[in-house]
Design a protein around this ligand. Structure first.
Ligand SMILES: Nc1ncnc2c1ncn2[C@@H]1O[C@H](COP(=O)(O)OP(=O)(O)OP(=O)(O)O)[C@@H](O)[C@H]1O
Ligand SMILES: [Mg+2]
Length: 263
């Protein structure tokens, strides 16, 4: 019937507030689905619970209310079929790039010959061919980030979860990375859930943008982005339909930004 790979079903979560008797309600009945091969951006104000939602999809946190379903199975523990690229690139500093990317395959017991091939193709996909023997400290921030993406791609996860992966990068590197990610996900037909603060980034990358409100966070809108691909990451305004799509997201988002400030 449906082509959903991942479904957030009425997710609710409270967290204890240090020094207070009552908990903080963070997520309040969030529901949306991610279809196979789609790129879904999740956008919302700081502290609204975006990272918390990704942790739930990865099975690192089990929601208090509601459930996450991955391929119709309720996620009740660590979900080894998803790939998680955290906000900070965390390559092991004592391992070379090649060893870092190989690690998930070693842990999964993949044979040496296949490991070598898959590491080479993952590094090629993120433009790091030739840097196999470099240690993370010998790579730029953007290259480390690409390395951590390669380490996720290498085991061909069913879904790639990315938590503001490009937030710390300079503007040019970021555009290059966005463009690379678009190419990668188009070629691989990957299913991606991508958390960001940035409306332009969300509109350029995504097929669908889930807009969350401030805490207690609800789904304000789930906006379809139908701009043709490949999209131009370097000149956003040159994509036909970009302005209208940006406006649709901004209209939902703006009410969440002004609240309680400067009045
Ligand atoms: N393990 C935890 N224990 C207590 N509170 C938590 C925990 N994890 C998250 N929170 C709280 O939940 C809220 C949402 O956190 P979360 O990191 O999911 O937000 P976010 O939307 O990812 O924010 P940002 O955009 O700043 O990364 C915050 O108020 C945070 O303090
Ligand atoms: Mg976060």
């Amino acid at each position: 019937m449906s082509d959903h790979v991942l479904a957030f079903d009425a997710i609710g979560q409270d967290f204890p507030a240090p020094g207070q008797r009552t908990n903080i309600r963070v997520l309040d009945g969030i529901s949306f689905e991610v279809d196979r091969g789609k790129f879904v951006a999740v956008i919302g104000p700081s502290g609204c619970g975006k990272s918390t939602l990704l942790q739930m999809a990865a099975g690192l946190l089990i929601p208090m209310r509601g459930a996450v379903h991955h391929r119709s199975r309720r996620v009740t523990g660590i979900n080894t079929e998803v790939g998680f690229v955290p906000q900070q690139a965390q390559l092991f500093p004592w391992k070379t790039l090649c060893e870092n990317v190989e690690l998930p395959l070693l842990l999964r017991g993949v044979a040496a010959g296949e490991r070598k091939e898959r590491v080479a193709s993952a590094l090629e996909a993120v433009g790091l061919k030739g840097f196999e023997q470099h240690f993370p400290s010998q790579l730029s921030g953007g290259m480390q980030k690409r390395g951590s993406i390669a380490r996720t791609l290498v085991y061909r996860p069913d879904i790639i979860l990315m938590d503001e992966p490009f937030g710390a990068l300079d503007a040019q590197t970021r555009m290059l990375m966005q463009s690379d990610l678009q190419n990668l996900s188009m070629e691989a037909g990957a299913t991606v859930v991508f958390v960001t603060h940035d409306i332009t980034e969300a509109v350029l990358l995504a097929d669908q943008v889930a807009v969350l409100s401030q805490r207690p966070s609800r789904l304000l809108a789930n906006i379809q982005i139908d701009l043709p691909r490949p999209r131009n990451m370097f000149e956003p305004f040159r994509n036909p339909g970009f302005e209208a799509a940006y406006d649709a997201v901004w209209t939902e988002f703006r009410s969440q930004i002004d609240t309680g400030r400067a009045h």
